[in-house]
Design a binder for this molecule. Structure first.
Ligand SMILES: [Zn+2]
Length: 119
C-alpha cells in the first residue's frame, strides 16, 4: 500500500513520478482541502461536505458527478467550490447532465475544446 494521497473525488493516486501530478493542500485552519487532480481539475472541498457525501447512500454517483463538474469548470476557466457552498445547491448545477442527450452534448463540447480539427 502506498501512503501517497488520493483525490477526494475520483480516488486518483499518483504512484510514480512519471504519472500526472496530484496536488493536495489541506488548510487545517479553514478545514478545507484544495486539490488539483489530473482527472478532476481544480476544486475546493470542506471536510464537512466530504463527510456528507461519504455518508450518502449514492456517494459513488455523487463523487463521479462532482468529478465531472470540477473537470468542466476547470476546463472553462472556473473552479468547483465545495468549501462553503451547500452540497445540495451544487448538485442542481445546470452544467450537470442528466439525459443521454445532455451527456452526448457534453462529450461533443469536450472534443470541441480539446481538438483543433473537430467540427
Ligand atoms: Zn480527481
Amino acid at each position: 500500500m502506498s501512503d501517497k494521497p488520493k483525490c477526494t473525488l475520483c480516488n486518483y493516486q499518483q504512484v510514480s513520478e512519471k504519472e500526472p501530478k496530484l496536488v493536495i493542500d489541506a488548510n487545517h485552519h479553514t478545514d478545507t482541502i484544495y486539490s488539483d487532480c489530473p482527472n478532476c481539475g481544480e476544486f475546493l472541498i470542506s471536510t464537512s461536505n466530504w463527510s456528507l457525501i461519504n455518508e450518502h447512500k449514492k456517494k459513488e454517483s455523487i463523487f463521479s458527478t462532482l468529478s465531472g463538474l470540477a473537470r468542466e469548470l476547470t476546463d472553462t476557466g472556473s473552479r468547483l467550490d465545495l468549501e462553503l457552498t451547500d452540497l445540495n445547491d451544487v448538485l442542481v448545477n445546470p452544467l450537470i447532465p442528466h439525459s443521454p442527450t445532455e451527456k452526448l452534448n457534453k462529450m461533443l463540447l469536450w472534443f470541441h475544446r480539446n481538438t483543433q480539427f473537430f467540427g
